[in-house]
Design a protein around this ligand. Structure first.
Ligand code: KDO
Length: 329
């Protein structure tokens, strides 16, 4: 047996010596996400994979796992920290569980629009906050992606003008303190449900509503089981394409640069498609029979901003950070 193993090993060495681009030599990059196939942040992953293959042929083996089949929503950071997962698209809410300063980015009505988001995270503030993630969590954020601007999407047909109108509304939010807090700040009664279970929860009435950006509402067909979309614009949401330092540190400088380049191409693809979609989708939902309208946004903004300013979260925000974020033009 030993001889046979030795022979196989020798043959392997021979083959890999002759063909360095063999898949067996390639660095495996396993990506896990709760995103569904038809949504833009899922569609950007094959873009990442193809770009990386073009830039570094045969050097990487990108494996994409959608629908939270590999890791449950929100457990990806811990999986990457343990070295069980290479890459994921994580949220500020996920990060805030371990780095309380990050909760500033879970606050509603802070980031103004996709452009503001890019400038904040690609500038000095991003450097400071990405540094914390690298040092404290052992994760490297490659780039920020625009997930979209979150809106309310409800089963009932009662018109919503102000946060008071949401009183008693069971609003599905993802399962973490930061998300639940946002639901309460909006005036609703938050219920924690994973992304993959939203459709059924809306269908059966376990939830009266949910909040997601319009492109996701379309991709997940939530319009089939809801009657209205209230354009609150309450959270300009981000996803952070990240890689475990355990994987990142194994790469050569050249490979790092190529992974970064492919990540930025994928993010650009996601952002362009989402921004275009958001401009067009109101009409789509109206054609599906939903009523889509703007509530009293000032009333929502005032209530949500006050809730965050006076929250425990705010106690951990770096001094002056809100002013600094506001000042980014
Ligand atoms: C959601 O569960 O509502 C959410 O939009 C939260 C995001 O942080 C992100 O996890 C997203 O779901 C998934 O990628 C599914 O689109």
């Amino acid at each position: 047996i030993t001889r046979r193993i030795a022979m196989i090993a020798a043959a392997g060495a021979l083959i890999s010596g002759a063909m360095p681009a063999l898949a067996a030599d390639a660095i495996k990059l396993r990506i896990s996400t709760p995103a569904i196939e038809s949504d833009w942040h899922a569609k950007m992953l094959p873009v990442f994979k193809d770009e990386l293959e073009k830039l570094a042929p045969g050097q990487f083996n990108v494996e994409i796992h959608l629908n939270a089949t590999l890791f449950k929503q929100g457990t990806e950071p811990a999986a990457m920290q343990r070295g069980n997962l290479d890459m994921a698209m994580i949220s500020a809410q996920d990060i805030a569980k371990q780095i309380p300063e990050w909760s500033v980015f879970t606050a509603g009505y802070l980031i103004r629009d996709p452009e503001h988001q890019k400038k904040v995270f690609r500038g000095d503030i991003g450097k400071q906050f990405y540094g914390m993630v690298e040092e404290q969590m052992g994760l490297k954020i490659l780039d920020v992606g625009y997930l979209g601007t979150r809106q309310l999407n409800l089963r009932g047909d009662k018109k919503i003008e102000t946060p008071d109108d949401l009183s008693g509304v069971k609003l599905r939010m993802p399962g973490s303190d930061a998300w639940q807090f946002l639901g309460s700040a909006l005036g609703a009664s938050p219920v924690s449900i994973a992304f993959g279970e939203i459709y059924t929860a809306l269908q059966t009435g376990v939830a009266d509503g949910q909040d997601n950006p319009l492109p996701t509402d379309k991709a997940a067909k939530f319009y089939e089981v809801t009657k209205q979309i209230v354009l609150t614009n309450h959270l300009v949401d981000a996803i952070f394409l990240s890689i475990s330092s355990k994987t990142w540190d194994k790469l050569s400088d050249d490979q790092k640069a190529k992974v970064m380049e492919a990540a930025q191409k994928a993010i650009a693809y996601n952002d362009e498609n989402r921004i275009r979609d958001e401009a067009e989708l109101v009409e789509f939902f109206k054609r599906q029979g939903l009523s889509v309208y703007e509530p009293n946004r000032d009333a929502f903004r005032e209530r949500v901003q006050k809730a965050y300013q006076t929250s425990d979260f705010a106690k951990s925000w770096p001094e002056g950070i809100v002013d600094k974020i506001n000042a980014v033009k």
